[in-house]
Design a protein around this ligand. Structure first.
Ligand SMILES: [Ca+2]
Ligand SMILES: [Ca+2]
Length: 256
């Protein structure tokens, strides 16, 4: 076989190995769906970070997709309110199998804007984040769903899912990790003395991809032979220390 053919066969073999590995990983992956419907006693609380007017938040019993839902509302001329509903969960609490390693997460939500006197302004925003248990460090490599202008969602409940799955940071990948889920609801009122903007949110949804721990994979065991300094066989390891006698057989595992 000439060198070109040999190289080609090696490339095909490598491609087949990688493809097989990816296929096996896909077979092993678990996809978990979680939806927060904001039913009574949901346990989410609003963290208000700024308030330029009269700010309120809470549950909406008579509206949702379906009812109930949660809201954040600002009243006053040209006022803004920023903040988010949050609740802590573990990945396992969201449905991920115990012991699995979380790889990616994809989020989406529904919202509706209710305006008084004049339209909510383009500063009316909503989005999603996942942070650590202290609600201070991101648990994803990029934002789950960055805040976007939702002022136009006045006619009906509207679903938003512009961002695909994002990677989970290594410090948050264990299924037992405690997380803080955030649903940003940030209304902004228009230029009228009677203006108010109420932003309602529902169906905080996650699709979580995880995999069993790598410890379940088969382990290879290598056997090496230690021989004295004069060992003539180039396939044998050469040992130059005095403490181990020549021709001793040992076993070692990968990474020894
Ligand atoms: Ca609901
Ligand atoms: Ca998404």
């Amino acid at each position: 076989m000439n060198a070109e053919k040999k190289t080609s066969r090696i490339k095909i073999a490598l491609w087949a190995s990688v493809s097989l590995w990816l296929f096996a990983a896909w077979l092993l992956a678990t996809s978990t769906n979680f939806t927060e419907p904001f039913a009574s006693g949901h346990g989410w609380t609003y963290v208000q970070t700024t308030c330029g007017g009269t700010c309120t938040n809470g549950d909406v019993s008579g509206d949702g997709n379906p009812s109930p839902s949660v809201f954040a509302k600002i009243a006053g001329r040209s006022k803004t309110m920023t903040g988010y509903f949050k609740r802590t969960f573990t990945w396992e609490g969201l449905g991920v199998p115990t012991g699995e390693t979380v790889q990616t997460v994809d989020g989406q939500w529904d919202d509706k804007a209710v305006q008084t006197a004049v339209a909510c302004t383009s500063s009316t925003r909503a989005g999603m984040e996942i942070l650590d248990s202290s609600d201070s460090v991101a648990c994803t490599d990029s934002t789950l769903e960055p805040n976007l202008n939702v002022a136009g969602d006045t006619a009906a409940w509207t679903n938003h899912n512009p961002t695909g799955a994002v990677s989970v940071s290594s410090g948050c990948s264990a299924s037992s990790t405690t997380l803080t889920l955030r649903l940003h609801l940030e209304p902004a009122s228009g230029n009228n003395s009677s203006a108010a903007c109420e932003l309602r949110g529902d169906n905080f949804k996650l699709t979580i991809v995880s995999a069993p721990p790598a410890a379940g994979a088969p382990k290879r065991v290598y056997v090496s032979r230690l021989v004295g300094p004069a060992g003539p066989d180039p396939n044998k390891r050469t040992f130059t220390g005095a403490a181990v006698p020549p021709d001793r057989e040992i076993c070692r595992r990968t990474g020894f």
